[in-house]
Design a binder for this molecule. Structure first.
Ligand SMILES: Nc1ncnc2c1ncn2[C@@H]1O[C@H](COP(=O)(O)OP(=O)(O)OP(=O)(O)O)[C@@H](O)[C@H]1O
Ligand SMILES: [Mg+2]
Length: 235
C-alpha cells in the first residue's frame, strides 16, 4: 500500500497554528459552557421550580382529599426523578461516567455505541483486559477515540472499524483503523480543521506520539502514550 505517513512528536505545530487551535478550543469550551448553562436553566431550573410550587401547595394543605394528595406526591416524585436524570446528564457531559468502568470497558463501550449508532461494524480488541490508566491519560484516550470515530463518520465512508489497545514496552498503543476512502493529501484537506490538530496537541502534552497511515484502502491512526498504571504511584 502506498502510505502517506505523518509522524508527530511533542511540539509539532507552529506558533500561529497553536494560537488558532487554542482559540478554536476556547470557542468549543465556550459553546459547551453555554449548552450546560442552558441545560441547567431549562431542565434543572424548571424541575426545581415545579417542585417548589408542588411542595408549597402541599404545605398549605390545599388538597384535603387523600387521593388528590397522593396524586400530587406522585407528581413530586416524578419531578425528583427528572431532576436526578438531568443532573446525571450534566455530570456525564463534564466527564463521561463510563470512564469509571475502567479504560478497557470504556473504549469497548464506545466501539459498541458507535456501531449501534452508525450501523458500521466496529471491533475492539485488546490482549490485556487489565490495562488501566490514571484518570488524565484515560480521559485523553477516550476523547481522542471520540474524535477519530467522529471523523470516520464524517469523512471515511467506511463499513468496518478496528480498534486495538495493547501494551508495547513502557508505552500504551491505541490504533483505530477504518477501511474507508483514505485521507486526502494534506494540501487538499480543508483549511479550518481542528480535530487532528487537537489530538496531536493532547497526545503531545502526555509526551506521546501520533501517527497517521493512510492510502486508498483506509486510514489507521496510531496513538502511543507512556503507560501510567493508575495503581502505581510515580513521584
Ligand atoms: N478517517 C478518515 N478518513 C478519511 N479522511 C479523514 C479521516 N479523518 C480525517 N480525515 C480528513 O482529514 C481532515 C482533517 O480532519 P480533522 O478532524 O482535523 O478536521 P475535520 O473533521 O474536517 O473538522 P473538525 O475541526 O470539526 O474536526 C478532514 O477534513 C478529512 O478530510
Ligand atoms: Mg474532525
Amino acid at each position: 500500500m502506498n502510505c502517506l505517513t505523518e509522524k508527530t512528536g511533542v511540539s509539532p505545530v507552529d506558533g500561529d497554528e497553536l494560537r488558532e487551535l487554542i482559540s478554536h478550543q476556547e470557542k468549543i469550551r465556550e459553546n459547551e459552557r453555554k449548552r450546560i448553562a442552558r441545560e441547567i436553566h431549562d431542565e434543572l431550573g424548571q424541575h426545581l421550580l415545579a417542585l417548589r410550587i408542588e411542595v408549597s401547595l402541599l404545605k398549605q394543605d390545599v388538597f384535603n382529599d387523600a387521593g388528590e394528595r397522593a396524586k400530587r406526591i406522585d407528581e413530586i416524585l416524578a419531578h425528583i426523578d427528572l431532576t436526578v436524570k438531568s443532573v446525571r446528564t450534566l455530570i456525564n457531559d463534564l466527564r463521561p461516567a463510563v470512564l469509571d468502568l475502567g479504560l478497557v470497558a470504556s473504549l469497548e463501550w464506545q466501539a459498541r455505541d458507535f456501531s449501534r449508532a452508525n450501523g458500521v461494524t466496529c471491533i475492539f480488541h485488546t490482549d490485556d483486559d487489565k490495562l488501566e490508566l490514571d484518570d488524565r491519560h484515560a480521559t485523553v484516550l477516550f476523547r481522542v477515540l471520540q474524535e477519530a470515530l467522529t471523523n470516520i463518520v464524517k469523512h471515511a465512508r467506511a463499513d468496518r472499524v478496528e480498534i486495538g489497545l495493547r501494551r508495547v514496552g513502557d508505552n500504551l498503543e491505541l490504533t483505530v483503523a477504518d477501511n474507508g476512502v483514505g485521507m486526502p493529501k494534506v494540501r487538499n484537506r480543508k483549511v479550518k480543521s481542528y480535530g487532528l490538530a487537537g489530538i496531536r496537541e493532547r497526545i503531545g502534552m502526555l509526551g506521546g506520539e501520533f501517527r497517521i497511515r493512510t492510502g486508498d484502502t483506509g486510514t489507521t491512526l496510531v496513538f502511543v502514550i507512556p503507560y501510567r498504571d493508575k495503581n502505581v504511584r510515580t513521584t
